[in-house]
Design a protein around this ligand. Structure first.
Ligand code: SF4
Ligand code: SF4
Length: 345
C-alpha cells in the first residue's frame, strides 16, 4: 500500500510548516482546536474530533472587511468631498494548509461552498480563503459518542471533500504501520513534495461505525411546522447560541461599523446566530421570530428542510458538537427521531 510512516509524516509536516501556515489539531488548555502550529511536535494525532470545527478559517468569528480613514476627524478639520477619505480593505492572507481535517468537517465546507461560492455573487472573502487553503484529511478510526455522520451518507474515510487523505494503518509506526496516502486533487498533489511515499505494510483497521438513524425528507417537514412539539422542546433552551457557534455548517453573520480610538471606522463581519433573541428584529422593532420555540424550530428547519430544498443536501454533517456542547441537552438526534415519530402519529 502506498503510504508513509509516522516519521515520514512528521518530517513532511515540519517542512510544510516552513512553507505555509500549517493549521492542525492542537491542545489549548482543555480544548482541542485547529490552530496554527510551528511544527509536528505541537500536533495532536490521536483524537476523535476537535472541540470547534475549522469553520473559523473560512468564516472567521470576527473579521475586518473595510477600514475608513477620515483625515482631520479628530482635529475637526475634515475636508469636504472625497478628499481626505481613504478606504482600506484587508490584505490578502497567506497560503495555508489544514492538517487533520475529519471528513465531516470537510463536508461542512462543501455545504458552506453552496451558499458562499455557488450563489451569485460569490462571497469574495470566503472564496479567497478557500482558494488559499489546502485540506489534508485524516480518516476517523471510530465514531464519537455523539457522532451520526453515517446517517447522513458520510464514511469515516470519505475522500470527497479534501485534497489529500491519510488513513492510519495499524500501529502508526514502521515496520507494519503508518498512513495510507490518497491524493484527491491537484492541490493535494502540489503539496506532496517532501513526503517520502513508500510501500507500507498492513491495512487500515476496520472503521467502527454506529447504528444509523432515519431522517425525514425535506418535503415532510412543513406538515409539523405548527406542532406543539417545538414549544415543549424550547422550554429548556437558554438561547445561549452555543449550538450555532460550534456547528461547522452554521453560517449566519452580521456586519457592523465601529469607531476606533483613532477615529477611523472599522467595518467588521462577525458570526451571528439564529438562536439569538434579536437576530430577526428589523427596523421599527418588529421581530418575526420572537419566541424561543420559533427560533429553535428554525434551526432544525434550516438544516433539514429549507437548505435541502434550496441546495439539495441537508445542512448538517452529524458531527454531534451541538449535542456535546448544549448546556441543557437539546439533542439533535433525538429531535430527528421525534420528527420521524411525529410523521407516524
Ligand atoms: S447541527 Fe449539530 S451535528 Fe449537525 S453539523 Fe451542526 S453541530 Fe454538527
Ligand atoms: S446550545 Fe442548547 S440551550 Fe443553547 S441555544 Fe442551542 S439549543 Fe438552546
Amino acid at each position: 500500500m502506498n503510504g508513509t510512516t509516522r516519521a515520514g509524516l512528521t518530517a513532511w509536516l515540519d517542512g510544510l510548516a516552513e512553507r505555509f501556515t500549517l493549521i492542525a489539531p492542537t491542545a489549548v488548555g482543555e480544548q482541542l482546536l485547529y490552530q496554527p502550529v510551528a511544527g509536528s511536535s505541537e500536533i495532536t494525532f490521536d483524537f476523535v474530533k476537535t472541540d470547534l470545527p475549522a469553520k473559523e478559517y473560512f468564516l472567521p468569528a470576527t473579521h475586518p472587511i473595510l477600514s475608513i480613514h477620515c483625515e482631520g476627524k479628530r482635529s475637526g478639520t475634515i475636508k469636504r468631498g472625497k478628499e481626505g477619505i481613504r478606504l482600506e480593505e484587508p490584505t490578502l492572507e497567506e497560503e495555508r494548509v489544514i492538517f487533520g481535517l475529519r471528513p465531516c468537517d470537510a463536508r461542512a465546507l462543501r455545504i458552506l461552498d453552496a451558499l458562499f461560492l455557488e450563489e451569485e455573487p460569490a462571497d469574495s472573502y470566503y472564496a479567497e480563503r478557500r482558494e488559499r487553503t489546502t485540506l489534508i484529511g485524516l480518516a476517523c478510526r471510530e465514531m464519537g459518542e455523539e457522532c451520526f455522520c453515517n446517517s447522513l451518507g458520510l464514511a469515516l474515510d470519505d475522500v470527497s471533500d479534501v485534497d489529500l487523505m491519510l488513513t492510519e494503518i495499524a500501529g502508526g509506526e514502521a515496520p507494519g504501520g503508518g498512513y495510507a496516502v490518497r491524493v484527491v486533487t491537484e492541490k493535494g498533489e502540489a503539496i506532496l513534495s517532501g513526503l517520502t511515499l513508500e510501500e507500507v505494510a498492513g491495512s487500515p483497521p476496520k472503521l467502527a461505525v454506529q447504528g444509523q438513524i432515519s431522517i425525514r425528507e425535506a418535503e415532510a417537514w412543513p406538515e409539523h411546522f405548527d406542532d406543539v412539539y417545538w414549544a415543549r422542546l424550547a422550554d429548556r433552551c437558554l438561547s445561549c447560541r452555543i449550538c450555532t457557534y460550534v456547528c461547522p455548517t452554521c453560517r449566519c453573520f452580521d456586519v457592523r461599523d465601529y469607531e476606533t480610538s483613532s477615529g477611523d471606522i472599522e467595518r467588521l463581519r462577525a458570526w451571528d446566530s439564529c438562536m439569538a433573541q434579536g437576530y430577526r428584529r428589523i427596523a421599527g422593532g418588529h421581530n418575526p421570530r420572537p419566541t424561543k420555540a420559533e427560533r429553535l424550530r428554525n434551526r432544525f428547519y434550516c438544516k433539514f428542510c429549507y437548505y435541502p430544498m434550496d441546495f439539495g443536501s441537508v445542512a448538517c454533517v452529524g458531527c454531534g458538537r451541538c449535542i456535546a456542547k448544549c448546556p441543557v441537552n437539546v439533542d439533535i438526534v433525538e429531535v430527528l427521531e421525534d420528527v420521524v415519530a411525529l410523521g407516524k402519529a
